[in-house]
Design a protein around this ligand. Sequence first.
Ligand code: IMP
Length: 427
Amino acid sequence: MPVIAVVGAQWGDEGKGKIVDLLAEKAHIVMRFSGGNNAGHTVINSYGEFKMHLIPAGVFHKGVTCVIGNGVVIDPAALLEEVEELRKRNVEVDKLFISDRAHLIMPYHFILDGLEEESRGSSAIGTTRRGIGPAYMDKVGRIGIRTGDLLDKGTFLERLRLVLDQKNRIITRVYNAKPLVLEEIYDKYCRYGELLAPFIRETDLMVEKALKNEEKVLLEGAQGTMLDIDFGTYPYVTSTTTMAGGACSGLGLSPLKIDGIAGVFKAYTTRVGGGPMPTELLDEIGELIREHAHERGATTGRPRRCGWFDAVVGSFSARVNGFSSFILTRLDILSILPAIKICTAYQIGGKKLSSPPSSVVELAKCEPIYEELPGWQTDIGDIRRFEDLPIEARTYVKRLEELLNCPVSVISVGERREQTIIVQELL
Ligand code: IMP
């Protein structure tokens, strides 16, 4: 039975929420492996519209097990709020489990995220200020606190005392800000521990069981490859492995067990936060796309930067992830345009590049080389078969297949679950 990873192929916000919600219908288990509540996956289905930040979008299907893996950082307040919201709207969360190895976002992480951003001045990363970077720094620095630690109050207190002492020294001496109070954090997080206890499990054992039982497994990525800590536009990235490889370390899953990797691409490009984006449109076309597609961050509400499809980024993303297919979302948005451009290479100095440079300084100097295709300017929201798309839309998709060097498996032509063209079944 297949194990399929669904990962973002650009700068996040590619529409993974809708895709996972759709594919989860056939899955037994859906597992999120990285990021935190910096993610905002929009899902629109028969229960209504939801912004999912931590809980896998598979939660809407009864009987599907949802796992938040060890690679995710968890803000307990945000998770409990999400659980509450789902329950209020009649979505059951009785099959949700979180790894005892997942690290917690603590109050000092938020504070430091904000203080660090402010100290960066004009070089600010534009983080979501959810404490993500500082939480992963502590994980790697071996001073993190994990969900499992909350189940043993004595050990938790000891660990918190040690870490908070160090954090307060940074907060007060480096940033001149107010220190945090140990007892307040301890009491609050002990309460969170009690509320989260029913969800906490050794989820790596659940992975093993699912594989043994030959279940259909969906691996849900967060953010996108260009925000990956290694292969993204460093330092304007998030603090995790957003690529498919992150599913292995973020869940306790052998790389040998992944059968397919589907990269999710928006039919154009968007980015929130700082850092270079070669195909950004700072003109009326960019504005038109942003307004027509309501391109605002699901987590922070910030307007997204919009631009043409960047196939240099796309083929790089396909290569470093090893996509077996790609999923194209929001193709319907391009219906408003008379002509559509695709960036097929970059020009820098006298050189032509077919892969993005690792340096953001260099990337910022890259001029996109475009190829122009005719638009279709007709509503495609009701089309359900690839053959029924206008010839111009098919040509656009076919050209992307060539440039990405992999086949399209799913095309989304609207925000609702049913507004989807399945070209190739994934699960
Ligand atoms: P952080 O993940 O909050 O540290 O933010 C680092 C960068 O990643 C910023 O540019 C954010 O805007 C971006 N980012 C983080 N999560 C998402 C997401 O889910 N979608 C799009 N951008 C994101």
